[in-house]
Design a protein around this ligand. Structure first.
Ligand code: NAD
Length: 271
């Protein structure tokens, strides 16, 4: 794990939504392990409590509740330095099966839930010494995936207002997003069978899902002084999935598995 040194700077107050599970939980632990104070806004009790991570029950789709929640968090842990708007939901259904309540729920949590949290945090950061607004987007916001029309649109929206917030709030506030591909989390395990996961792994150039810890590492970098010139952009963490088109596996290790060392030994032989 890369340790981006924090020596000489005070602990930050990092607010993360959806840190009771999966990517949010790993991200909360990453910041807390480095001495930051973390507030976890989640409607669900944490699966595993972690020292330095404080749970504040809350529903991110409840826009009017967001300001008072951040005030509560601020009065306990001090001014907010970093926000990771991570809480999100997905529903696997075809465009023909997608209902209005499902669509609205996905937008309420994934779009308005990020926007309201960022907006309320920005108001407070602008009155202080600035900060960093981060969010969990997805490769689903970049290309189309079947059975997730509402979710795809919600993540594209997050990527879009990552840019708008950056433009309106620079230089006091930076924004950024992480767009993971397939991450092995409870969300993923709930929606995919083992056979589906194996099939997916064969189609990803790096041959596997990413881990919540790897996504956490990307957030940690985006929030760090090392990313001080980065704003309005997303880091795509997809094991190379979007490096090619859907047909790009032909004639490569994605179709016919090869051992990398086989190339080396053949070249040695030719020489
Ligand atoms: N798992 C993946 O493959 C994957 C890939 C790309 C992006 N993402 C995104 O990562 C984020 C985290 O997903 P995860 O895979 O860790 O899922 P997860 O289900 O493990 O965790 C999501 C957390 O968000 C919380 N949450 C859900 N709705 C909420 C609400 N309205 N208010 C407050 N908290 C709420 C849940 O209680 C849970 O703790 C989501 O935004 C998801 O869209 C996941």
């Amino acid at each position: 794990m890369v340790d981006i040194a924090l020596e000489g700077r005070p602990a930050r107050h990092v607010v993360i939504s959806g840190a009771s599970s999966g990517i949010g939980q790993a991200t909360a632990e990453r910041f807390a392990r480095s001495g930051d104070r973390v507030t976890n806004i989640d409607s669900m009790r944490p699966l595993q409590p972690f020292p330095g991570v404080y749970w504040l029950p809350g529903d991110v789709s409840d826009w009017p509740a967001m300001g008072p929640l951040l005030d509560d968090a601020g009065s306990i842990h001090g001014p907010i330095d970093v926000v990771v708007a991570n809480a999100g939901i997905s529903i696997r259904h075809s465009v023909l099966d997608c209902t209005e309540p499902d669509f609205r729920r996905v937008l309420d949590v994934n779009v308005l839930g990020v926007f309201a949290l960022w907006r309320e945090a920005a108001i407070r950061m602008l009155g202080g010494s600035g900060g960093v607004l981060l969010a969990t987007a997805s490769t689903n916001g970049v290309v189309g995936y079947p059975y997730y029309a509402d979710y795809n649109a919600s993540k594209a929206a997050v990527l879009s207002f990552c840019k708008t917030f950056a433009l309106e709030l620079a230089p006091v506030i930076r924004t950024g997003a992480v767009s993971p591909g397939y991450v092995m989390t409870p969300m993923q395990e709930a929606e995919y069978t083992e056979a589906m996961i194996d099939d997916l792994n064969r189609r990803i150039p790096l041959g596997r899902h990413t881990t919540p810890a790897e996504v956490a590492e990307a957030f940690y970098y985006l929030a760090s002084p090392g990313a001080s010139y980065l704003t309005g952009q997303a880091l795509i963490l997809d094991g190379g999935e979007l490096a090619g088109g859907t047909a790009s596996g032909h004639g490569t290790s994605l179709v016919t598995p090869v051992q990398p060392h086989a190339f080396v030994s053949r070249r040695d032989h030719d020489l």
